[in-house]
Ligand binder design. Structure first.
Ligand SMILES: NC(=O)c1ccc[n+]([C@@H]2O[C@H](COP(=O)([O-])OP(=O)(O)OC[C@H]3O[C@@H](n4cnc5c(N)ncnc54)[C@H](OP(=O)(O)O)[C@@H]3O)[C@@H](O)[C@H]2O)c1
Length: 327
């Protein structure tokens, strides 16, 4: 059996380009006891790939939703779907062995009528990140919460959960069009486009009572500006710093002064911290979706060979909600 795999053909420098990727063929071995053969249906393209993918010649890392098309493991029956850390490849011989990045074994996908691709977003790692990460922000009714990267996979999820907890939610986005969607479709209270010339003035107008909670997906200058508007004893949660991923020379303003003057609590996290209660978050998010209280958004690119393109577009802000590839 032959599989197609996308490898890193050249080390990333700045924004990824077509030349960083190459499609190669792999010969897969016969299944041994305990193994199964999975055929990719949806691939995930995530910002962490830009940060952690360093080994030239190695398959690009990432999660996928795949159909089991052969099995020698009764826990993974033929015809079922799994989400696993199989990387950007069309077919994978897998077992119960945990993947290298999140250290989780392949998990069966069973969301009833909901799309299986949600296992890569709202009902997967992204949703776990949003649910537990937001708790560190200590959201509560009446507080003002700002989320950056607001129109992305994590951001759309965080903003909606914060609204459910009674926060006033302001999203920071890279375009007015995305911001208007957040307000219209997700009930955000306001948005600020970080690319507008008077970003700081608009941020001040959108947060007249300053900011109690900041869920930070982007870092850099945007986040420095937010920190200067925090209320005393506010909570800042660092989920990511995508503004720095393609820019090794970033020099954001210093943050120590606002952290000190405003007595801020600043905490970073990696979602792997919640491996032990991963499935609980997925159940909680599933319930919210089934009750109609949480919406999910996907930007879907068709075709395995277009996976690098989907990844580059996501880094460039051309997605709303979770960026995925339909193989
Ligand atoms: N801590 C964890 O365990 C964990 C887990 C998952 C994700 N994350 C982090 O969470 C963040 C969001 O991830 P995601 O999967 O939800 O991706 P995403 O937000 O769906 O997609 C990335 C978005 O980042 C924005 N962006 C790109 N360059 C930017 C820049 N220079 N400044 C500001 N925004 C920029 C773009 O939106 P605009 O059009 O608005 O610019 C783009 O749509 C990332 O930083 C990621 O590393 C962390």
């Amino acid at each position: 059996m032959k599989a197609k795999t996308i490898i890193l053909s050249k080390k990333f420098q700045g924004y990824p380009q077509e030349t960083n990727f190459k499609i190669v063929e792999e010969s897969l071995p016969q299944l041994k006891d305990g193994e199964f053969l999975a055929q990719a249906e949806f691939l995930s393209v995530d910002p962490y790939i830009r940060v952690f993918m360093k080994a030239v010649g190695a398959p690009i890392i990432g999660e996928q939703v795949a159909k089991i098309i052969e099995s020698k493991n009764s826990k993974y029956p033929l015809g079922e779907y799994v989400v696993g850390e199989f990387g950007w490849r069309t077919h994978t011989v897998a077992s119960e062995k945990p993947g290298d990045f999140f250290n989780l074994p392949p998990r069966l996908v069973s969301f009833g009528d909901l799309p299986k691709s949600l296992a890569l977003g709202a009902l997967g790692m992204t949703g776990v990140t949003a649910l537990y990460g937001l708790q560190l922000c200590e959201p509560a009714a009446g507080k003002t919460l700002v989320v950056s990267g607001a129109a992305g996979a994590v951001g759309t999820h965080v903003g909606q959960l914060a609204k459910l907890q009674g926060c006033k939610v302001v999203g920071i986005t890279g375009s007015d069009a995305k911001g208007h969607r957040l307000v219209k479709e997700l009930d955000f209270d306001a948005f600020v486009n970080y690319k507008s010339e008077d970003f700081e003035k608009k941020l001040a107008e959108a947060t007249p009572q300053n900011i109690d909670c900041y869920f930070d997906n982007v870092g850099g200058d945007v986040s420095s500006a937010v920190l200067h508007r925090m209320n005393k004893f506010g909570h800042v949660v660092i989920c990511g710093a995508i503004s720095t991923y393609n820019d090794e020379n970033t020099k954001a303003r210093e943050v120590q002064t606002p952290v000190k003057v405003n007595h801020l609590v600043m905490e970073g996290f990696s979602v792997t911290r919640w491996r032990n209660k991963w499935n609980k978050a997925i159940d909680d998010n599933l319930k919210l979706i089934q009750e109609g209280r949480l919406k999910y958004f996907e930007t879907v690119t068709e075709g395995f060979e277009n996976t690098p393109d989907a990844f580059m577009k996501m880094l460039g802000g051309q997605n709303f909600g979770k960026a995925i590839v339909k193989v």
